[in-house]
Design a protein around this ligand. Structure first.
Ligand code: COI
Length: 349
């Protein structure tokens, strides 16, 4: 399927790298494609970034039938631009679509859409250290109907945002609050899918945590409220002696692409790495902790508060393994070191 390109007539000035922050500035153009049950997915196109016109009855507004992804385009030192593991995001959106009863987009068209948008917006890919172009693909249900069923119309869109660090702390360790009352997801629910409802469920505890000086909430399992799940915006890893452990994927947490990359890198270093159940009471024994995510990259955790007790990790400083992993992963992402895993996908030659 051919992507038609009708780009914006006026290009807005590019922001200064120091003003980027995360996810507030959007590029001049976006990708869109439509779906109806009669036509399937059709009319892939690049158009100027602009508001959608949707009926108030569009089903996404009422029943949250939507899925999304997050991935980044990186500018290498030689000026070329590359994506990191786009096929992993495409596969995960397919899994999310299946859970949300949304018709998946063909993998080849999806990859073409990502590359075509980045090529169109190539001047928006920043080059300052630790900056990238964040891509946000999403599908929303647009059928106007207040009855509860799977929509028969959708929009698939990709928007792009030049970004810096997700957390104001940058690579300085963040403080995390363990939520013991609210839960994010349960097995059998939608926790593994990248869908807005999972994030809406985290907002209340996130607000309270923020008011008390914490960057994020660490979620426990929804049944026993005892086992570590994830941080909502990232997966989590802990170092106990020589072991690195991360919660196993059992349906209630997001199968992070960065999580998987960390596991593969750590295993390639012959480290002992386990995907397992982690009891919250084990955290007092950990020597390092970090979060992993596309937006958060590798984010060291310096303090965890659970039931009023403070656990200070590695004296609140970034740990050796965390730093090594950050340097290696970001080295591959920005093309500073060879990519032995074949994870990078060139956009321009
Ligand atoms: C990502 O890391 O790409 C995400 O979607 C997390 C989001 C909270 C920014």
């Amino acid at each position: 399927m051919q992507i038609t390109i009708a780009r914006a007539k006026v290009n807005r000035p590019k922001p200064a790298p120091a003003s980027l922050g995360f996810g507030r500035i959007f590029t001049d153009n976006m990708f869109i494609m439509d779906y109806t049950t009669e036509k399937g997915w059709y009319d892939p196109r690049i158009v100027p970034y602009a508001p959608f016109s949707l009926e108030p009855a569009a089903m996404v507004f009422h029943y949250a039938q939507e899925v999304f992804e997050g991935l980044k385009a990186y500018r290498r030192e030689d000026g070329k631009v590359q994506l990191f593991r786009p096929t992993a995001n495409i596969k995960r959106m397919r899994d999310s679509c299946e859970r949300l009863c949304i018709p998946p987009v063909d993998d080849a068209i999806y990859l073409d859409a990502l590359k075509t948008l980045v090529e169109t917006e190539i001047d928006w890919v920043p080059s300052a250290p630790d900056t990238s172009l964040y891509l946000r693909p999403f599908i929303i249900a647009t059928e106007p109907h207040v009855g509860v069923h799977a929509s028969n119309r959708y929009i698939f869109a990709i928007i792009a945002s030049p970004v810096g660090a997700y957390y104001a702390e940058g690579l300085n360790p963040v403080k995390i609050y363990v939520e013991a009352k609210d839960v994010r997801a349960v097995k059998g629910g939608m926790g593994f899918a990248k869908t807005g409802g999972n994030y809406a469920a985290t907002l209340k505890a996130g607000e309270t945590a923020g008011q008390n000086g914490f960057s994020q909430v660490l979620w426990l399992d929804g049944v026993q409220r005892k086992y570590i799940e994830e941080v909502g915006s990232m997966n989590v890893f802990f170092k106990f002696g020589d072991e690195v452990a991360t919660p196993a994927l059992q349906g209630s947490i997001l199968p992070g692409v960065t999580r998987d990359s960390c596991l593969k890198i750590l295993r390639s270093w012959n480290m002992t790495v386990n995907e397992r159940t982690i009891d919250v009471d084990e955290l007092k024994n950990c020597s390092e902790a970090w979060g992993s995510g596309t937006a958060a990259v590798i984010s060291p955790i310096g303090e965890i508060v659970y039931n009023g007790s403070r656990i200070i990790i590695n004296e609140g400083k970034i740990g050796e393994t965390t730093q090594k992993l950050y340097d290696y992963l970001t080295g591959i992402q920005w093309g500073k070191i060879p990519d032995p895993f074949g994870w990078t996908e060139p956009v321009n030659s």
